[in-house]
Design a protein around this ligand. Structure first.
Ligand code: FES
Length: 145
């Protein structure tokens, strides 16, 4: 039997329904006179990833990228030897991006897409870019800087 305490995901890859409802309610309460629209949680501080291995360089294709689901980071290589890292949390409503293809990081929930070079929005409904994290190459690994 389903109860309100069940952990139900509202959208595949997205936050649990309770999180969406709770977050939406808080946003609505705060926006007494404005429109009520759910927003993604703010991305974490870069220091949370400092010194942590985000990906092996060999696993990041030139012109593409790879998603580290455990750390919620997408690591890209827009040009040979140029590595970037972005928070994999979509800035629209907080789903996890799940695919890197054709130079874009894609969100499955509402099909937003972000550039692998700078995280900028290439296709909405997201309006804000993915948060970028500083990285460095350490041997064969891409590490948070
Ligand atoms: S959460 Fe809506 S496009 Fe990503």
């Amino acid at each position: 039997m389903w109860t309100m305490s069940d952990d139900v995901t509202a959208v595949p890859g997205g936050p649990p329904r309770r999180t969406v409802l709770a977050g939406g309610g808080a946003a609505c309460a705060a926006a007494v006179l404005g429109a009520c629209a759910p927003t993604a949680e703010p991305a974490r501080d870069a220091s949370a990833l400092a010194g942590r291995e985000l990906a092996k360089a060999a696993d990041v294709p030139v012109g593409g990228g790879t998603i580290n689901s455990a750390l919620k980071v997408v690591v890209t290589q827009p040009a040979r030897g140029e590595f970037k890292a972005f928070d994999s949390t979509c800035t629209h409503q907080g789903c996890q991006t799940d695919r890197v293809a054709d130079g874009l990081v894609e969100c499955p929930c509402h099909k937003s897409a972000f550039a692998i070079a700078d995280g900028s929005v290439k296709k909405g409904p997201a309006k804000a870019p993915l948060k970028e994290y500083p990285v460095r190459l350490d041997g064969d690994a891409i590490v948070g800087a």
